[in-house]
Design a protein around this ligand. Structure first.
Ligand SMILES: [Zn+2]
Ligand SMILES: [Zn+2]
Length: 154
C-alpha cells in the first residue's frame, strides 16, 4: 500500500500557514488514511512499511509544528504515550483494552453540565477553587469486536 497525498492535505497545510513539505504531507496523509491515533513510533513503522523514510527528529519536529498550527491534536493515551489525532472536532475515545484500538465517539450534551469535585481530607466533596474548565473528555474502555471474537475479553 502507498500513501496518497491529495490536494486537500496540501491546501490544509497552506491554509494554516505551513509550507507543504514532504514530511508534513506524509504525516497528515498517514493519520487520515489509516484513521488511527498513532504514537510517533507507530507512524515511523507504518511509513517504513510503505517505503517512506523519515528520521525520528524530523518526525517530532513536524508533529510539534502541526499541533502548534492546529492541524493535529496531541493527547496522552491510556498507555501514557503521546498520540496524535486528526479529528479536531470535540469528541471522546472508545478504547479497546485488549488491542488498544481507539474509535472517535460522541456523547450527549449533558457532559457539559458536569462539574468536577475535589475530595478533601475528611472525604467532603468540594469544587476546586480558582479552576476554569476548558474541555471535558471521557475515555470509554471496552473490548472491540475483533478481540471479543478471539476470547481475549479480559
Ligand atoms: Zn481490540
Ligand atoms: Zn480521536
Amino acid at each position: 500500500m502507498k500513501i496518497q497525498i491529495d490536494q486537500a492535505i496540501t491546501q490544509a497545510l497552506q491554509r494554516h500557514g505551513l509550507r507543504p513539505t514532504r514530511a508534513r504531507q506524509l504525516i497528515l496523509a498517514l493519520i487520515e488514511q489509516d484513521n488511527q491515533h498513532y504514537t510517533p513510533e507507530e507512524m515511523l513503522v507504518r511509513l517504513n512499511a510503505m517505503g517512506e523514510r523519515l528520521s525520528i527528529a524530523t518526525l517530532y519536529q513536524n508533529l510539534a509544528k502541526l499541533v502548534d498550527k492546529g492541524l493535529l491534536v496531541k493527547f496522552v493515551g491510556l498507555d501514557g504515550e503521546y498520540r496524535y489525532d486528526y479529528n479536531k472536532m470535540p469528541h471522546h475515545h472508545l478504547i479497546c483494552k485488549s488491542c488498544g484500538r481507539i474509535v472517535d465517539v460522541l456523547v450527549d450534551q449533558t457532559l457539559d453540565a458536569i462539574e468536577p469535585q475535589l475530595m478533601d481530607a475528611d472525604g467532603q466533596k468540594k469544587l476546586p477553587p480558582g479552576w476554569k474548565i476548558l474541555q471535558r473528555r471521557v475515555d470509554f474502555i471496552g473490548v472491540c469486536p475483533d478481540c471479543s471474537q478471539h476470547g481475549t475479553d479480559n
